[in-house]
Write a protein that binds this ligand. Structure first.
Ligand code: ATP
Ligand code: MG
Length: 403
């Protein structure tokens, strides 16, 4: 089917009153980013709808990318025709030839926002319905839930014909809620947390703690690959690698093992918060899920969270593991996440971490450490890389070239 455009209906943003303009502008930017591979497209964001003019581009790959953009309720690939009955009929014939295979029921659903058009909505329904019968005498009309709901919209700028309504990703346009730092490990939970935060409009940057040589190059690459899986929702994501070896060694050598985990997490949080401040983020996002492991009891969260007043968003905190896995599968991060490359926490995991750490002891053990010095050294060794969609594919292509 040679569609001429995709008509996009906005999601929740239509209820946002005053912010509406900036929401639409952000959504238009995000759509442009998601469709950057198709320079022929023209994106026209109006107050009530967005029109993506295809200019000869195939609609299928455009639709696939559009389905990942937050802030879109649904969209309809459409055929735009001239504003006269003959052109409308020709367009309807084209769509029906594509959509009708012999069994489907149909209905014409005409709407007229241009009241100067020669026929009313009712007259259009009747005239165009009869026209379809003249093409397919055996076809059946069904008013409620027809298989083919053929919309005819007579607007000021033209007539739009469509019959498919494709569900969008919902949520809010990424960027409309400000920026947060996602603590991204190589596990199942944190990519899901990042996805859910983006769905509510938060722009994310990924912060990853690596402890070479204890953690491998593959573990680092896995974290980058997981980040890449999140890029189709936004375009690009900054990946910030934090050198964490010295801190982990210091904790291991100076602190009783029951407190390694708590002190390690406090250091991670202090560092993430410093990075957030330097990069103008508003909040921190992590993949903590209540009760999953020792660091994720409420007592642990209190002890870890003590180091900063910055809000920490924990999108998966009350979800069961299976619920988190379901989302991880839907966003295609699950298979990657379960690859067995150990991260810094697994390698330095104490045999018996405290599930109810005592804050006085925490403070006492931290006195033995050069906290400020370690933080300064880690911050001076940050490595920042922009992760873009399909980086892996590109890398594989380069590798193939070398062979
Ligand atoms: P995940 O599946 O996200 O790894 P998890 O169930 O393994 O989570 P923990 O290992 O206790 O849980 O980590 C809790 C959270 O701390 C993670 O979800 C992540 O947000 C953060 N975190 C843990 N390790 C790292 C790391 N190496 N780099 C960045 N953030 C981390
Ligand atoms: Mg983990």
């Amino acid at each position: 089917m040679n569609y001429t455009e995709i008509m996009v209906r906005y999601g929740e943003l239509s209820t946002k009153g005053k912010n509406r303009r900036s929401f639409i502008r952000q959504l238009a930017d995000n759509v442009k980013g998601a469709l950057a591979a198709y320079p022929n497209l023209k994106i026209d964001a109006q107050r009530d709808r967005m029109h993506i003019l295809l200019n000869g581009e195939d609609s299928q790959p455009v639709i696939a990318r559009l389905q990942k953009v937050f802030g879109i309720q649904n969209f309809s690939p459409s055929l735009r025709v001239e504003k006269n009955l003959a052109a409308i009929k020709a367009g309807i014939a084209e769509i029906m030839a594509y959509a009708y295979t012999g069994n489907e029921t149909f209905k014409i659903n005409a709407k007229r926002s241009d009241h100067d058009f020669e026929l009313t909505s009712n007259e259009l329904n009747q005239t165009l319905g009869s026209y379809v019968f003249s093409l397919y005498p055996d076809i059946k009309v069904q008013m409620k839930m027809p298989d083919i709901n053929l919309r005819v919209e007579i607007r000021l700028d033209g007539v739009y014909l469509s019959y498919e309504t494709i569900k969008g990703a919902g949520g809010l346009p990424v960027g409309t809620s400000g920026k947060g730092m996602l603590m991204l490990s190589g596990g199942i939970d944190s990519p899901v947390a990042g996805y859910l935060a983006m769905k509510r409009g938060v722009e994310i940057e990924a912060v990853h703690f690596a402890s070479p040589p204890y953690t491998s190059e593959q573990a680092l690459q896995k974290a980058k690959d997981l980040t890449e899986k999140l890029t189709p929702y936004v375009g690009n994501i900054q990946f910030i690698e934090v050198p964490f070896t010295e801190i982990q060694e210091e904790i291991k050598n100076n602190v009783p093992q029951g407190y390694w985990m708590t002190l390690t997490r406090r250091m991670m949080l202090r560092l993430t918060d410093a990075i957030r401040e330097a990069r103008n983020g508003l909040v921190i996002i992590n993949g903590e899920s209540l009760g999953q492991v020792a660091s994720q009891t409420l007592q642990s969260m209190v002890a870890i969270n003590e180091v900063t007043p910055t809000p920490i968003i924990r999108p998966v905190v009350t979800m069961d593991k299976l619920e988190i896995i379901e989302i991880a599968q839907a966003i295609d991060t699950f298979e990657l996440a379960i690859q067995p490359f150990e991260d810094c926490c697994t390698i330095f995991a104490p045999p018996q971490p405290k599930t109810r750490p005592n804050l006085d002891k925490v403070h006492h053990y931290e006195k033995a450490l050069d906290i400020d010095g370690m933080i300064a050294r880690a911050l001076s060794g940050l490595k920042i890389e922009e992760i873009t969609p399909n980086a892996t594919e590109k890398k594989e292509a380069e590798f193939a070239d070398l062979l």
